[in-house]
Design a protein around this ligand. Structure first.
Ligand SMILES: NC(=O)c1ccc[n+]([C@@H]2O[C@H](COP(=O)([O-])OP(=O)(O)OC[C@H]3O[C@@H](n4cnc5c(N)ncnc54)[C@H](O)[C@@H]3O)[C@@H](O)[C@H]2O)c1
Length: 340
């Protein structure tokens, strides 16, 4: 899509362009992006920020803002985020904050960012006390997801995106779930046709949810399927043992167990979900070493807890779900036991 990229960005008629990326992604795709901008006569500046979640902090946003101020960028300027979800969240937030909001173009280069973070307008950074505590809703003016860029992505990172894709099938589309059951191998190996269809369907599902509930007053919370236990697993292991997608995979299995316990899905449906996650190559088991007490305590501290009640997204069959807060501590503990 590089040829198309410059043309589409040209249509935004920006006064100035700042490309935000990191050394790794820029080394891979910066020249192609820059050539496509030069081809349509767009001059740009760039800023490379350090790679990784530890740098998703306000200090990095400040560096980008300094660059925007120093470079005389005005309200008609745009920021282009070239990279994964970390780059997209940081650059999106800098764009949201600069002059109370300038336009941002997302060019996501990980599967997770193509199917999830680049769409929906959540931007932000972490605080020492918690992930994504500082941020803004700021919708991108354009998202260009080129599945060819995924070829250089390590398999573990591909799987993080696959977990979110499976989530969409579970919560919102039985048809998509069936498609994934048939094509999961091709998706994991990044077959271009299957990957493009998957990114397309995932973005449609996410966009539809966000369009009806941008600020997470209700429906958007369904996108957190698997995240209640997933976040607890990340928290009790100090964010070191699990990649987010892997924790969500286990969390989706636990949520499926809980859905079955509550009589919302049957054994066969639960097994299909567990099986799809496993066949994708993602984990489904909560290790014995992580105690139920520790996990429950972590769930109680999650920012998704509403007025002291632990909320779960539970399935009402494959492809439909509800946000539920009438889950007892005993039921949660049982679903953890069943997921070991
Ligand atoms: N805004 C949202 O709605 C939303 C939703 C989900 C997740 N997130 C956020 O997204 C972040 C995770 O994003 P991520 O999983 O994309 O991780 P990431 O941005 O850290 O990227 C993972 C690694 O892959 C590298 N990389 C990126 N593209 C590559 C490519 N094409 N080839 C080779 N290497 C490449 C990155 O430099 C990085 O080292 C988290 O901070 C999370 O909070 C945001």
């Amino acid at each position: 899509l590089w040829n198309e990229t410059g043309k589409r960005i040209g249509l935004l008629a920006a006064s100035k362009v700042l490309v935000v990326s990191n050394r790794k992604v820029h080394g891979l795709y910066g020249p192609a992006l820059e050539q496509s901008l030069v081809n349509v006569g767009i001059k740009y500046q760039k800023i490379l920020i350090p790679d990784g979640e530890p740098f998703k902090i306000l200090a990095t946003v400040e560096k980008i803002l300094d660059r925007l101020v120093g470079g005389g960028f005005d309200r008609d300027a745009i920021v282009i985020a070239l990279g994964g979800g970390v780059i997209g969240d940081i650059a999106g937030f800098a764009a949201a904050a600069y002059m109370r909001g300038i336009r941002v173009v997302q060019i996501p280069t990980t599967l997770l960012s193509q199917v999830d973070s680049s769409v929906g307008g959540k931007t932000g950074v972490n605080h020492p006390k918690g992930k994504n505590l500082i941020g803004a809703f700021h919708q991108p003016s354009l998202v260009i997801a080129d599945v060819v860029t995924l070829k250089t992505l390590p398999t573990d990172e591909v799987l993080c995106g696959v977990a979110e894709v499976i989530k969409y099938g579970c919560i919102s589309s039985k048809q998509f779930f069936l498609y994934l059951e048939k094509n999961i191998g091709q998706l994991v190996s990044l077959d271009p046709v299957v990957t493009a269809k998957t990114v397309n369907t995932s973005c449609q599902i996410k966009a539809a949810v966000v369009a009806s509930d941008e600020r997470e007053a209700g429906l958007r919370a369904t996108l957190n399927f698997g995240h209640t236990v997933g976040h607890a697993l990340e928290a009790v292991t100090g964010y070191k043992r699990y990649k987010h997608g892997h924790a969500v995979a286990i969390g989706m299995r636990a949520a499926a167990e809980l859905s079955q316990l509550k009589g919302r899905i049957d054994e066969k449906e639960k097994e299909r979900i567990k099986n799809l996650i496993e066949v994708a190559g993602l984990p489904v088991q909560i290790p014995e070493s992580l105690t139920t007490d520790a996990l429950m305590a972590a769930m109680g501290q999650d920012k998704k807890v509403s007025r002291g009640v632990i909320r779960f997204v539970l399935l009402d069959g494959i492809g439909s779900c509800s946000v539920v807060d009438d889950v007892s501590v005993k039921e949660i503990a049982e679903s953890i036991r069943l997921s070991r």
